[in-house]
Design a protein around this ligand. Structure first.
Ligand code: NAP
Ligand code: ZN
Length: 372
């Protein structure tokens, strides 16, 4: 793909300055442009900052939603140029004078946020993802350089150490990257809703999030049932740790599970009928949406009223919980099943995501960007 043009002004790209420097990236110019090569500006590491040489970046369906401006009506319009990517793993290349957690050469990881206000009740509770001033890894206001934050489809990134995680050294790094979003987004609600041995858990949609949900719920000891629209994913689901697989288009297969689930995690990226899943919950059962389709999903009141069921949502996880999840995955040898791609294949990867044709996460080998 051709260079889509610099994200910075000509004057800015002239030189690396005391405040910032030029990094390589892939960006979308507008909602239908696709992604192409560009350069962006990063800040020079400040006292508390860690500069990370990015090795792998996972490809989340949220990247696709954002790049194509699909969340505009949901209150999250895209600011272009947009450099997505929030499943980042790499090595520390430089640290600021006050950094204590990292040194040059360490493995480091960054997820969906790079800052928050640190003083609000959410931050105080370790739930920075719900901070009203949370700064997303991409598409948020850049507090340092102005403009917008740029994500991990890039050769490096600079982040305050407080928002940088330690990656387990015993795991394959291409498969670690997706833990930073798909891993924590499924781990957090499974823990919040007390999933443990003996609980019956449903995972809806076997994509990037879904397959991590299966692995983590299985490791927590749950009886895991996968709901998939794709009959060709059945064997994989069992291999990943599911105890049962239901092809959700088959009404009689669905009916067998009526009123039986403690918890269902819905990780579907597109419009679908959530009532079919609400009806599968037992008394006081909960269904949590982590999938973020652009359009509202109507819920029938009676499905919830009957059996005192609840419907909720969940967004990624806090920084401490993300570290806990990474350590848990290190201890249980859990990584994402990845198809490693060069960044030049990113537009093709997005088309395949839309066809549910990924097993089960694309992970970009950032050496491909450095080699361009
Ligand atoms: P993904 O890899 O594309 O997986 C989505 C899966 O949903 C597909 O593999 C497919 O599974 C199923 N699906 C797709 N279209 C469907 C349809 N029309 N009807 C029923 N099922 C369908 O996406 P992902 O990266 O896992 O992300 C999933 C969603 O979670 C996205 O909306 C994303 O933005 C959101 N997300 C939310 C958070 C959060 O913090 N809450 C974090 C990350 C991502 P089967 O083939 O098995 O049916
Ligand atoms: Zn994500």
């Amino acid at each position: 793909m051709a260079n889509i043009g610099d994200a910075t002004t000509e004057q800015e790209t002239d030189a690396n300055t005391a405040h910032g420097y030029v990094a390589r990236a892939y960006a979308a110019r507008h909602a239908t442009s696709g992604l192409g090569r560009t350069t962006i500006r990063r800040r020079q590491p400040g006292a508390h900052d860690v500069q990370i040489d990015i090795l792998f970046c996972g490809v989340c369906h949220s990247d696709l939603h954002q790049v194509r401006n699909e969340w505009s009506e949901a209150g999250n319009p895209t600011i272009y140029p947009c450099v997505p990517g929030h499943e980042i793993v790499g090595r520390v290349s430089k640290i600021g004078a006050s950094v204590s957690k990292f040194k040059a050469g360490d493995l480091a990881a960054v997820g969906c946020m790079v800052d928050s206000d640190r003083v609000c009740p959410e931050c105080q509770a370790g739930l920075e993802q719900y901070c009203p001033n949370m700064v997303g890894t991409y598409n948020s206001t850049d507090q340092h350089l102005g403009g917008v934050t740029y994500g991990g489809y890039s050769d490096n990134i600079v982040v305050d150490e407080r928002y940088v995680l330690r990656a387990p050294a015993n795991l394959d790094l291409a498969g670690v990257a997706p833990l930073l979003c798909a891993g924590i987004t499924t781990y957090s609600p499974l823990r919040h809703w007390g999933i443990t041995t003996g609980k019956k858990v449903g995972i809806v949609g076997l994509g990037g999030l879904g397959h991590m949900g299966v692995k983590i719920a299985h490791a927590l000891g749950a009886h895991v049932v996968v709901f998939s629209t794709s009959s060709n994913k059945k064997e994989d689901a069992l291999r990943l740790g599911a105890d049962e697989v239901v092809i959700s288009r088959n009404a009689s297969e669905m009916e067998k599970h009526l009123g039986s689930f403690d918890f269902i995690l819905d990780a579907v990226s597109a419009d679908h009928d959530i009532n079919a899943y609400i009806n599968l919950l037992r008394r006081d059962g909960n269904i949590t949406l982590v999938g973020a389709p652009a359009q509202p999903l109507p819920a029938a009141a009676f499905g919830l009223i009957m059996r005192r069921r609840s419907l909720s949502g969940s967004m990624i996880g806090g920084i401490a919980e993300t570290q806990q999840m990474l350590d848990f995955c290190g201890d249980h040898n859990i990584t994402a099943d990845v198809e490693v791609i060069p960044i030049q294949k990113i537009n093709e990867a997005y088309e395949r995501l839309l066809r549910s044709d990924v097993k089960y996460r694309f992970s970009i080998d950032m050496a491909s960007l450095k080699a361009e």
